[in-house]
Ligand binder design. Structure first.
Ligand SMILES: CC(C)(COP(=O)(O)OP(=O)(O)OC[C@H]1O[C@@H](n2cnc3c(N)ncnc32)[C@H](O)[C@@H]1OP(=O)(O)O)[C@@H](O)C(=O)NCCC(=O)NCCS
Length: 182
């Protein structure tokens, strides 16, 4: 099972189907805040929708093509970090993340992303990790900046959110530039 320590009281664990109710409860409670930047929120209307998502992520993990991990602080579910399908031909992957609103503002996600980048670039030996964030999503863009990612470009109208196209910033980190931080 994928598991990565983040802080003394925080860890990342592979999402399993038994977590569906917990994940759905947070998404449902935080729906208005999350839907501003996450295109899948409106389509997530039940625990079953979350189960379907987790099942497909577990299949992805089993075939060595990526994963979705839950972030747990003091045993409480706080959010998710997940990769897209790994591009093994080019040894690269994009990943994304979200946190419950009340878990923001303490560097939790920055620390979790640091652990995930180390897992991807060092343990999995990928060459490149990418983060794509809407230009106006300043909190999200701050994470790759904090971790030393390079801003490599802007993807015009790369995401359709609530009926409006948003430009995305493309941030990248190469294995040779990643310094494992304590
Ligand atoms: C994007 C998102 C995860 C960012 O959350 P966040 O709490 O800002 O990120 P972190 O957990 O890394 O915390 C950073 C904040 O904690 C502060 N902080 C405190 N201690 C810190 C530490 N030790 N290290 C880093 N930051 C610290 C930072 O100053 C920053 O606060 P600020 O924005 O007021 O300056 C969150 O806003 C979210 O889930 N939004 C909705 C979904 C979303 O947009 N997902 C991304 C789509 S691309």
């Amino acid at each position: 099972m994928f598991r990565a320590p983040v802080r003394a009281d925080v860890d990342l664990r592979l999402l399993e189907e038994r977590h569906a109710a917990t994940v759905f409860a947070l998404v449902d409670r935080e729906r208005e805040y999350l839907r501003e930047w996450l295109p899948w929120v409106d389509a997530t209307q039940s625990e079953d929708d979350v189960s379907t998502f987790i099942r497909s992520e577990l299949e992805k993990f089993a075939s060595n093509n990526g994963f979705a991990a839950g972030l747990w602080r003091q045993g409480q579910f706080a959010g998710v970090i997940g990769t897209h399908k790994i591009d093994w031909m080019n040894r690269k992957v994009e990943f994304g993340y979200w946190l419950g609103r009340s878990y923001q503002g303490t560097g939790l996600m920055t620390d979790a992303c640091r652990a995930v980048v180390t897992h991807l670039l060092i343990e999995m030996n990928l060459n490149r990790a990418e983060i794509h964030c809407a230009v106006d999503n300043t909190k999200s863009c701050a994470i790759p900046r904090r971790l030393g990612f390079t801003l490599e470009g802007q993807i015009r109208e790369g995401e359709l959110l609530n009926g409006r196209y948003h430009d995305l910033l493309l941030f990248g980190m190469l294995q040779r530039d990643w310094k494992v931080q304590g």
